[in-house]
Design a protein around this ligand. Sequence first.
Ligand SMILES: NC(=O)c1ccc[n+]([C@@H]2O[C@H](COP(=O)([O-])OP(=O)(O)OC[C@H]3O[C@@H](n4cnc5c(N)ncnc54)[C@H](O)[C@@H]3O)[C@@H](O)[C@H]2O)c1
Ligand SMILES: O=C(O)CC[C@@H](O)C(=O)O
Length: 526
Amino acid sequence: MSKVLVSDPIDQVGIDILSQVASVDVKTNLKPEELVQIIGEYDALMIRSGTRVTQEIIEAGTQLKIIGRAGVGVDNVDVPAATRKGIVVVNSPEGNTIAAAEHALAMMLSMSRYIPDANASVKRGEWDRKTFVGAEVYKKTLGIVGLGKIGSHVAGVAKALGMKLLAFDPFISTERAEQIGCQLVDLELLIQQADYITLHIPKTPETTHLINAERLAKMKPTTRIINCARGGIIDEEALAAAIKEGKIAGAALDVYEIEPLGESSLKSIGKEAVLTPHLGASTAEAQVNVAIDVAEQIRDVLLGLPARSAVNIPGLNPDVLQELKPYMQLAETLGKLVGQLAGGRVELLNVRLQGELATNRSQPLVVASLKGLLYQALRERVNYVNASIEAKERGIRVIETRDASIKDYAGSLHLEATGSLGTHSVTGALLGDGEIRLTNLDGFPINVPPSQHMLFTLHRDQPGIIGKLGSLLGSYNVNIASMQVGRKIVRGEAVMALSLDDPLPDGILTETIKVPGIRDAYTVTL
Ligand SMILES: NC(=O)c1ccc[n+]([C@@H]2O[C@H](COP(=O)([O-])OP(=O)(O)OC[C@H]3O[C@@H](n4cnc5c(N)ncnc54)[C@H](O)[C@@H]3O)[C@@H](O)[C@H]2O)c1
Ligand SMILES: O=C(O)CC[C@@H](O)C(=O)O
């Protein structure tokens, strides 16, 4: 019989489902070294946000087939390490959406009426009706940052409360925002106009400290901010200072840069700050939803069936999966790449199967391309199951084409994304050993392996450019792993593709574009 370890508290309904096919051990509060010691006995691990599944734990899990996260965020799991070992990682992308949205709304109202502090004062035996004069939300402007599942539900309820809705989400179309009742604006306008700002975005390098001292200084002194998304999207020190100095009126936080929240200047703020210990998903209903969602997937995988919500391995039948897996990896990589080149909102994705690939099943490759394309916006929320639906909801039109006559490589895949900032395309192929090669970028032939950190330039093919760019990267201590120039004619337009050993520091892109002859530059993280 299979063995499952449950290392965080989950609802009993999940344990009951797992017990249908496995012997289940519930062992919570394990230290990392204790988990490393015992994980080798288990076929599956079920967690919430309390267990950090590191590479060391994955390496020690020699029998592990699946890791189930009862919730959305898999930021506490080393997914690449699990993927390398063929371990399926599943989550519950929607099981706690309503709970998190309602928590954000509860935080907004309780912060506005100082309910936590008023409640504490009554319990201390006081009857103070002067200190707790609050503010109404009716007719106020709510700025929603991130109009995905949770942000959209918040919008619906806030509208019913009589609020005016602004939203910032670079990956959502104006039509979609209007359907939800929001006016889509840029972040700077939202920050200046909103009376309440609520964050519903993933934490990514781009969203880390999105709310910093500079942006806090641009808010109205009456603005109140809510973060029930992820810690670190707000600079906590800057936030505490802004509230203490009266630059903004208050904050309600459920998530923190480091959890549990230790010593923090947030704790010394009075009634203007409402703090909860990551309770967004903590409703009976959400815990039942996520426990069922994830336990059923673990049960299915242990029975040899596909998982419906895998973040790293698609739910295809094993034979098709085996055959298409390398191409799906290619499609996902190209999707990530073209999505980042396109930058903003993508309206059209053309997926072209070329050469021998043109006779293959296209649907899994289209889905994998969309999963890659949407990764920048949705992170772990996008998977092989929901990628097409998410794309449709975001107004992304998909065209599939085939061209068997293109024979530069045995089979290649070409993606072209058209969006608010223009059109970009990328082609890739698989070498004999299954390694991915990028073979064309925006119509220019190249031949480079993709790497985690990449820089692309569009420039004039003229002497000196490569040297200048090399020196610029060197001055930022960025090491170049490989570099290639693609051009159609000598001294015409050209592209340069650089694989880098290090992430590019802030500001380097602006410097790159200043190099004479370089017209444009793009950074990509794969
Ligand atoms: N507090 C909790 O317990 C709790 C519970 C559930 C979810 N969450 C968190 O809430 C957040 C939102 O979850 P969701 O299910 O709505 O996710 P979602 O993927 O449905 O929506 C996220 C939205 O953010 C947008 N986005 C991405 N990058 C952006 C950027 N740089 N600027 C503006 N918008 C951007 C995306 O386009 C997307 O529409 C996630 O961080 C999730 O981990 C917290
Ligand atoms: O397990 C939890 O309570 C955290 C839930 C939430 O942050 C998530 O990512 O789903």
